[in-house]
Write a protein that binds this ligand. Structure first.
Ligand code: ACO
Length: 316
């Protein structure tokens, strides 16, 4: 058996918190509609002077400091995102310089939408096995407010900005992530036009179809991860599911018969932060003592692509 353990976490949210009441002033919506349909009460948006890089950097620095390791010990740096500041250089590439990572660190961005961070964990596990340096930095960071169409009330109330980071370490005697991943090419249900289409790069979504997809794939993915790890879902200490919509989460919790106390989320005050959602939640679980040394957390994400991914991560 070989794999990675979670060593430390960090996260960063923009200073500006935007409540549903703030949105009511510029969008034809209501706090009551948003809370009932999604569980979201507020989200954070980047303001002047804040950026994708700034959020990723803050989260990464916090995680590095808590791990008590030097940047030069990192062998792999991955950023899961679809809203990096520049197409090139990638966010991971810029972090190489800003964090002082060694030049031979494997640095790249990865786009698997809201499943991106868990894709990143699995990718880091594979790459670290072949790396001389056994620490990896995996970040999920998004500035979704910049690709939100504020004339579309069915999407604009859902999203927020933020970043989360994890330092992981590969060990020969560490448990495997037992990662499960999938993708189902679908360009119609949830998409953002690319630079070559000439269309503004806004999030387009068929909410009902995404809902159907999510309630199908999230419980299945969680079950498959546990089966691959050879444990029952009862033996999992915590669940860190992508925070897209409280109703999707409630559905999965009920279908899997999970203890809701093990499924604490943060959607009420972050909204959906896509690839950043799972690592921000992980950081909040670790910082608040809800995820402790030796415990196992089942992470799962799902989103545009359509993509999904799940993994069982143990806190060192
Ligand atoms: N405020 C007020 N009314 C609204 C709003 C809003 N923000 N948005 C839509 N409505 C109205 C619609 O116009 C419609 O009115 P009508 O009946 O007069 O035509 C009514 O509310 C119902 O609209 P629906 O789209 O049917 O609302 P639904 O109950 O499906 O909820 C939602 C929409 C919340 C998006 C839901 O479909 C959903 O949760 N889908 C999952 C998608 C999701 O979570 N995506 C997250 C991003 S993707 C990802 O992370 C995977």
């Amino acid at each position: 058996m070989s794999g990675i353990k979670l060593i430390s976490t960090g996260s960063a949210l923009p200073a500006q918190e935007v409540t549903n009441f703030d949105l009511e002033k510029k969008v034809d919506t209501s706090d009551e509609w948003i809370v009932t349909r999604t569980g979201i009460k507020s989200r954070h948006y980047c303001g002047e002077g804040e950026s994708h890089l700034g959020l990723c950097l803050a989260a990464a620095r916090q995680a590095l400091e808590r791990a008590g390791i030097e940047p030069g010990q990192i062998g792999v740096c991955l950023v899961a995102t679809l809203t990096q500041d520049t197409m090139t250089p990638s966010a991971a590439c810029v972090l190489q310089k800003e964090l002082g990572l060694a030049e031979d660190t494997v640095c790249f961005d990865l786009n698997a939408a809201c499943a991106g961070f868990v894709y990143g964990l699995h990718t880091a596990e594979c790459l670290l096995a072949a790396s001389e340096r056994k620490y990896g930095l995996v970040i999920g960071g998004e500035v979704l407010s910049r690709i939100t169409d504020f004339t579309d009330r069915s999407t604009c109330v859902l999203f927020g900005d933020g970043a989360g980071a994890a330092i992981v370490r590969w060990g020969e005697d560490y448990p495997s992530l037992s990662a499960v991943m999938g993708s189902r090419g679908n360009s119609g249900v949830l998409y953002i036009p690319g630079v070559n289409t000439g269309d503004p790069s806004y999030i387009h979504m068929d909410g009902k179809e995404v809902f159907r997809f999510a309630v199908e794939v999230l419980p299945r993915c969680a079950k498959e991860v546990a089966a691959k790890a050879g444990i029952s879902l009862d033996e999992v200490d915590r669940f860190a599911f992508h925070q897209a919509n409280q109703r999707i989460l409630d559905h999965a919790i009920k279908k899997l018969k999970l203890d809701p106390a093990k499924c604490t989320g943060n959607i009420a005050h972050t909204g959906n932060t896509s690839a950043a959602s799972v690592p921000i939640l992980l950081d909040q679980l670790v910082s608040s003592g809800q995820l402790r040394s030796g415990q196992k957390v089942l992470c799962a994400g799902f989103g545009g692509g359509l993509t999904w991914a799940g993994a069982l991560l143990q806190l060192a």
